[in-house]
Design a protein around this ligand. Sequence first.
Ligand SMILES: Nc1nc2c(ncn2[C@@H]2O[C@H](COP(=O)(O)OP(=O)(O)OP(=O)(O)O)[C@@H](O)[C@H]2O)c(=O)[nH]1
Ligand SMILES: [Mg+2]
Length: 360
Amino acid sequence: MKIRKYYVRDMKEGMLRIREELGPEAVIVQSRKVRLKGLKGFFAPRKMEITAAVENNSRFKEQNNTYEIELGEKIREELGQLKAAVSRLAARDSIPGEIKEKEREELKRWRQRLQQQELFDELIDELMEEIKHGLLGEIQLTEEVVGLILRNKIRKRLKTAPEKSSSIQVLVGPTGVGKTTTLVKMAVRYALYQGEKVGIITIDHYRIGAIEQLQTYADITGLPLEVVMTPKDLQQALEKLSYCQRILIDTAGRSTLNLAHIQELANYLGHLPPAEIFMVISATTKARDLKLICENFRCMNYNRLIFTKLDETDSYGILLNGVYLTGLPLIYLSTGQNVPDDICLADKDKISSLILGEEE
Ligand SMILES: Nc1nc2c(ncn2[C@@H]2O[C@H](COP(=O)(O)OP(=O)(O)OP(=O)(O)O)[C@@H](O)[C@H]2O)c(=O)[nH]1
Ligand SMILES: [Mg+2]
């Protein structure tokens, strides 16, 4: 596939150049307004950057920088007329059934892939609509090109952020999703690999064995641990660990449907200074339950996302669903039970590839 960028005044000029240089089979992958580099570019009006792609086996061939179609003059003329007619019809959204069907075929495989990846239906529809609108009726699509455009759209919709922007990080979420394990992975990452002084607080005194679980990790890693029993104790624990650059707070897992328990935990967090509050969700969660979790935990004012147990599923749509639903950045992915290794920063390219089933 040949991909080229054009810097032009407007779409009309771009279309002319693309058609002239890449041929009528070319498709527009992306278009945006940009300022050209340098002082001159700064003062000049913005240009339109258009990225166009065409398959290598296009019937157009390059000769001394010009392209010659391997068809007779008459056929070429007829083809041109036919394409113009189709384009006019497409613009009026009155394409004959046969051609409309053809367009659907090219998108169908990708729609199926996104469905199989369990993206929300409404999100799939939005993506497909965006693709259809971004394409010019006149030019022909291939599955490969639709894949490229889709990858770009998914990448744009995903949101990430730096792993740390606050000295206090709290992990909240439903029961058993891997909050404690992930917290320890993060703590070791900061303390061991990034040389920070890290302290841990737990406000999980509800589940039998919860404190012991974290105490064991604290003993192994040598990190200080404070146990908080009441909302007021939280302030004291923060003061005790004030010599630490980073304080990680573990919380009790709460059932998504038990709003009273969720609110009880939110009361603890109300005593915190501004913090990063990570919502931890298992990647194996059903789409419908994801909506419930995001909604019912809202009183926690969570502002970051972590997905765990990516090693237990081959459907990755939930990662985009989570960002779509909350508008929040995705920071970490947990990929297994090994502490501290099975954690990585969320990467837009990698996630797009996972969703689309492409090798990175
Ligand atoms: N396969 C897999 N298992 C994980 C992952 N993260 C955590 N686990 C496992 O999930 C189980 C629960 O982990 P915890 O860290 O105790 O979960 P939690 O959210 O703190 O649980 P509660 O505090 O009871 O709500 C443990 O067996 C972990 O080893 C992961 O990314 N992949
Ligand atoms: Mg826990």
